[in-house]
Write a protein that binds this ligand. Structure first.
Ligand code: SAM
Length: 216
């Protein structure tokens, strides 16, 4: 077993399973995806610490525990069609690639999108597609989705994302001010009715776009 594989197992045991994540498919995916491939060269040694790390364009790769909690709350089946808003490094998109049938991940920074695409291709994730654009509008040509995960904090839930969710699907999104948000699980109960569950306090970079925060 390589040092990174050992660190990955320790991360899952100590920081994820021990803190209450139970879904065996999520735990298996976290044991499989090499997080060290999604962080900057000088930060690989820190890849399995339970914290967000800086990536290019002043963005972050999210904390592993929070990513695992979002994946578990999204209840993703093997044939699911999933949208991620905020692809960043591509790490969560790779985890989604392990769990779902088809994954679309949108990133607003072209440079990040291209890097994520290269990493995912190098690791062989043929079921994950990176798109560059404003994810607050969703991805209408590929909708509807069984699950939508938003990896940036929104001032309110974008209407476009609600509309692109399948009935029984979950939208996982941090909602609140720039410094602190509540992680919400929104479930589409039927064509017009949605229910909401609060999953706790989180801190994400802002979701910037037409149905998010303004750039300035
Ligand atoms: N999921 C990522 C990972 O695994 O590395 C972490 C994402 S980082 C916390 C949030 C990302 O959301 C940033 O890369 C940021 O550029 C992106 N973002 C913010 N607003 C966006 C929008 N409207 N559409 C697409 N991406 C957006």
């Amino acid at each position: 077993m390589t040092d990174y594989a050992r660190l990955r197992d320790q991360m899952v045991d100590r920081q994820i399973a021990r803190r209450g994540i139970r879904d065996p498919r999520v735990l298996a995916a976290m044991r499989t995806v090499p997080r060290e491939c999604f962080v900057r060269e000088g930060l690989k040694e820190a890849a399995y610490e339970d914290c967000a790390l800086p990536i290019e364009q002043e963005q972050t790769i999210s904390q592993p525990y929070i990513v695992a909690a979002m994946l578990e709350a999204a209840e993703i089946g093997p044939d699911a069609r999933v949208l991620e808003v905020g692809a960043g490094s591509g790490y969560a998109a790779a985890l989604l690639g392990q769990l779902a049938g088809r994954v679309f991940a949108i990133e607003r920074h072209e440079a990040l999108g291209r890097l994520a695409e290269e990493r995912l291709a190098a690791l062989g994730y043929a079921n994950v597609e990176i798109r560059v654009g404003d994810g607050t509008k969703g991805l209408p040509p590929e909708a509807p989705f069984d699950a939508i995960l938003v990896a940036a904090g929104a001032p309110a839930v974008p209407e476009a994302l609600r509309e692109q969710l399948k009935v029984s699907g979950h939208l996982i999104i941090p909602v609140g001010g720039p410094g602190r948000q509540r992680l919400c699980q929104i479930t589409r109960e039927n064509a017009d009715r949605y229910t909401e569950r609060d999953l706790g306090a989180v801190v994400f970079v802002p979701l910037i776009g037409e149905q998010g925060w303004r750039e300035d």
